[in-house]
Design a protein around this ligand. Structure first.
Ligand code: Z5A
Length: 216
């Protein structure tokens, strides 16, 4: 691949889709292809971003307003982009991020009902022209994802405490975004066994890497 700038790959998914295992598969596949990525996450990825993550996921400020929530998400993102994502990409390093702005459209937009045009304004302001080169969305029916997440144990965070309808809206938003831009999005059926999902991820990434290589 001759282009100097690194590539920006994002993994998204509904609750309980299996992102944790999938992140490791994607990281390993990119490394084996010669593009070992910086691995990071949102909200978070920087010391300040991780502090904001605690505010967003913890129950201490459970009743924060929807506007506060979305502004905190973008505050963490601004820090993340400036301190970590852009410097890595500009140095030619690939970046693999566990969630990014598609999660904002899904959770704050479809989930909370924040108008899309407001999110787009913040996206354009905070990100400039930065958009992921590839978004992998792990899709699983909401009930199944919630059952998996409950089997995982642990206390539910502020988002995990939402009702099933909230997650249905989140899932629908992810599906709609994937359907609207087949060049940048890949939808992965995550309802299958872990090994099958891993094999699909490797195949999809392999094909995308070949196309990306041919384009240079
Ligand atoms: N958020 C937001 O609102 N706005 C934003 O802009 C951003 C984020 C960026 C934290 O995200 C929250 O932030 C998130 C949205 C919000 N809230 N929620 N919900 P996170 O990504 O850190 O948290 P998470 O969604 O809870 O993801 P996770 O815990 O990293 O992963 P997961 O996909 O939900 O689940 P998992 O731990 O990988 O797997 C769940 C269980 O299922 C586990 O026991 C696995 O062993 C099992 N599993 C996994 N795959 C399979 C298969 N294929 N079959 C059977 N069982 C499986």
């Amino acid at each position: 691949m001759s282009r100097d700038r690194g590539r920006f790959i994002v993994l998204e998914g509904v609750e309980g889709a299996g992102k944790s295992t999938a992140m490791a598969v994607v990281e390993e596949t990119l490394g084996a292809a010669g593009f070992p990525p910086v691995v990071t996450r949102e909200p978070g990825g920087t010391p300040l971003g991780e502090a904001i993550r605690e505010l967003l996921l913890g129950h201490r400020h459970a009743e924060m307003s929807d506007a506060t929530e979305v502004l905190l998400v973008f505050a963490a993102r601004a820090e993340h982009i400036e301190k970590r994502i852009r410097p890595a990409l500009e140095a030619g390093t690939w970046v693999l991020c566990d969630r990014f702005t598609d999660a904002t459209y899904a959770y704050q937009g479809a989930g909370r009902g924040m108008p899309e045009h407001r999110l787009a304004t913040l996206e354009n302001w905070v990100q400039g022209d930065l958009r992921p080169d590839l978004v992998l969305i792990l899709d699983v029916p909401v009930r199944e994802g919630l059952d998996r997440a409950s089997r995982r144990g642990g206390a539910p965070d502020r988002f995990e405490s939402q009702r099933e309808e909230f997650f249905q809206r989140v899932r629908n938003a992810y599906l709609a975004r994937a359907a609207a831009d087949s060049a940048r999005y890949r939808l992965i059926d995550a309802s299958r066994p872990v090994e099958d999902v891993a094999a699909t991820l490797r195949a999809v990434l392999g094909e995308w890497l070949r196309d990306a290589t041919d384009a240079n």
